[in-house]
Design a protein around this ligand. Structure first.
Ligand SMILES: *Cc1c(COP(=O)(O)O)cnc(C)c1O
Length: 357
């Protein structure tokens, strides 16, 4: 605490990201980064980028990127909003659509930025408990609310909702529903197809996970023009040049290489299948994942203990010290080699403790 901080800043509870150690070489399976590099088209775009153009401010409308995404998703450019990572798009969406009169709703076990934005923007919220299987039951989201935000697939569980469930959610509310599709490419069905039917639906996606571009900070929202215009009003009252010109060129290049995108994604999905079996054989319960991570719980080893022992062995996974999930680990799907190392390390940890007994 500091006497210089505003009342608002005194009471913030900021988001804590997964560790990004700068000194030690870890096998990093803790922040859902993609194990594969971005497309060679991206390398070409960076190498061929006209240095001289950096003198100028970027296009405040991100027109090229919006056009490219419109083509990719068969939407109009005025149905697309671009931001500096989807976290920024989420933040603007809170300001644009969540008035603070009624509490907004999101799952109790979900992306921990959601409550952090509520404290920053002074928006009330009510968290809705996931069911016993850690699934979202959309019938719990009926009734008065100031907006709904749900990741699909959910994080950190990895469990996906069906398109029918999302439709049901939309049919039972008149407030804005944000579907955060950070992981949708790894196995869930996008709510994109519902945009034409629901003026209150905002779909948010990112280049960070499935397109291996977390370092570039590129996210976007898809929705009817009325919602996109609301986001533009917030953006243009905050920072009208969110995406820099190099990032924009990189994003356009990435969208051109569909084959690369699908190949990397398919490899991750296939490794996920392999890892799920290997972990199950080591007595882990593995929640059904439609994302690039697995949410797991061991039959006898406490999660925090495993987290620490893995870290000592040079492998980072994510542990959440939060109610209901403090005995679970979230493990990002790395390359096949990284996942093999994880299994070997876990076997060692489990074996050594048997010798101790
Ligand atoms: C990673 C993640 C994001 C943020 O992605 P960026 O585009 O890198 O800001 C948003 N929502 C969820 C659920 C995520 O896991």
């Amino acid at each position: 605490m500091s006497q210089f901080w505003s009342d608002l800043v005194q009471q913030l509870d900021p988001y804590v990201p997964g560790e990004q150690p700068q000194d030690h070489q870890y096998i990093k399976l803790n922040t859902n980064e993609n194990p594969y590099p971005p497309s060679p088209e991206v390398a070409k775009a960076i190498q061929g980028f006209p240095l001289e153009s950096l003198r100028r401010y970027p296009d405040p409308e991100s027109s090229d990127l919006r056009k490219a995404l419109a083509g990719y998703f068969s939407l109009e450019p005025n149905q697309i909003f671009i931001g500096n990572g989807s976290d920024e798009v989420l933040a603007h969406s809170y300001q644009a659509f969540f008035s603070g009169r009624d509490p907004i709703l999101f799952p109790d076990i979900s992306y921990s930025f959601y409550p952090a934005y509520c404290s920053l923007y002074q928006i009330k919220y009510r968290s809705i408990a996931l069911d016993k299987k850690l699934c979202v039951d959309v019938s719990d989201y009926r009734g008065a609310n100031g907006g709904i935000i749900i990741p699909n697939p959910n994080a950190p569980t990895g469990i996906a909702l069906s398109l029918d469930a999302i439709r049901e959610l939309l049919e039972n509310t008149t407030s804005v529903v944000i579907v955060d599709e950070a992981y949708v490419d790894f196995g869930a069905e996008s709510a994109l197809r519902l945009i034409a039917d629901f003026p209150n639906l905002l779909v948010i996606q990112t280049f960070s996970k499935s397109r291996s571009l977390a370092g570039m900070r590129l996210g976007y929202a898809l929705g009817q023009p009325e919602l996109i215009e609301g986001l533009n009003r917030v953006k243009n009252s905050f920072n009208s040049y969110p995406v820099d010109s190099l990032a924009s060129a990189v994003a356009v290049a990435s969208l051109k290489d569909e084959a690369w995108f699908q190949q990397c994604r398919d490899r991750i999905i296939s490794t996920r299948g392999w890892l799920e079996i290997a972990l199950t054989e080591l007595a882990f319960k593995v929640y059904p994942s439609a994302s690039n991570f697995l949410f797991v719980q061991h039959a006898s080893f406490p999660a925090h203990d495993l987290y620490q022992k893995l870290k000592k062995a040079g492998i980072l996974v994510r542990y959440f010290d939060a109610p209901r999930i403090d005995n679970c680990l979230r493990i990002t799907i790395g390359s096949k080699d990284e996942c093999r190392s994880l299994i070997e390390a876990l076997k060692q940890i489990i074996m050594n403790s048997k010798i101790d007994e």
